[in-house]
Design a protein around this ligand. Structure first.
Ligand code: PRP
Ligand code: URA
Length: 210
């Protein structure tokens, strides 16, 4: 199976991403823009959710109307930067449950180190939207998917802002069954595992740390 890559090229997404990339973009604007893009990505990643017809009554007459059916959603931000995508998604799917995945990249090895994981007890029956703005080496994304698969999840979708070609290749080498959505596919990784041209360290830019 080859992995599915969905490149979201909508002009609103691309415009807001350009504003975020600018090194002069303040943390407050960076957070707001990421939240807005997350909402737009949510629209795309949920595009194929099944619907069922249910009877309702408008003030004027009864009718059959569509309602989302099937698996319920879990939104799973990868800490810290994935948190910036959570509220934008929750604004559109307020009934979704939230799982938290605490991972950081060891700066020397670039391997993912887990420090926290908490998911709803019925996560295996749900569709998991894994949220992290950056797919660089993909070690973090692979580790996060490993975690959900170990809990029995079979419908996992990865949503990011920027992806490196090397990261996409590694991610789909390890998890070819997990489709991904990204707003941009950048040129390459540099020697420190940063996406180029990229936007720098997403967590630091979002929360004003260095
Ligand atoms: C960043 C980012 C991803 C990871 C991507 O997190 O949010 O989780 O790096 O890199 P990878 O694809 O090479 O694994 P970071 O480790 O900087 O943690 P932070 O969000 O807490 O700053
Ligand atoms: N994590 C980031 O925040 N930025 C990168 O370019 C790579 C990993």
């Amino acid at each position: 199976m080859t992995g599915q890559v969905n490149h979201v090229t909508h002009p609103l997404v691309q415009h807001k991403l350009t504003l975020m990339r600018e090194s002069s973009c303040a943390s407050s604007d960076f957070r707001r823009l990421l939240g807005e893009i997350a909402g737009l990505l949510c629209y795309e990643v949920t595009r194929d959710l099944p619907v069922e017809q249910v009877p309702i009554s408008t003030p004027l007459e009864p009718m059959m109307a569509p309602r989302i059916a099937g698996r319920k959603l879990v939104l799973a931000p990868v800490l810290r930067a994935g948190l910036g995508m959570l509220d934008g998604m929750l604004a559109l799917v307020p009934a979704a449950r939230v799982a938290h995945v605490g991972l950081y990249r060891d700066p020397a090895t670039l391997q993912a180190v887990e420090y926290y994981f908490k998911a709803p007890s019925d996560v295996a029956e749900r569709t998991v939207l894994l949220l992290d703005p950056m797919l660089a080496t993909a070690h973090s994304a692979v580790a996060a998917v490993d975690r959900f698969k170990a809990r029995g999840c079979t419908d996992i979708r990865f949503v990011c802002l920027l992806a490196a070609p090397e990261g996409i290749a590694h991610f789909h080498d390890r998890h070819p069954d997990v489709p991904l959505w990204t707003a941009a596919i950048d040129r390459a990784l540099d020697d420190h595992g940063y996406i180029r041209p990229g936007l720098g360290d997403a967590g630091d830019r979002m929360w004003g740390t260095r």
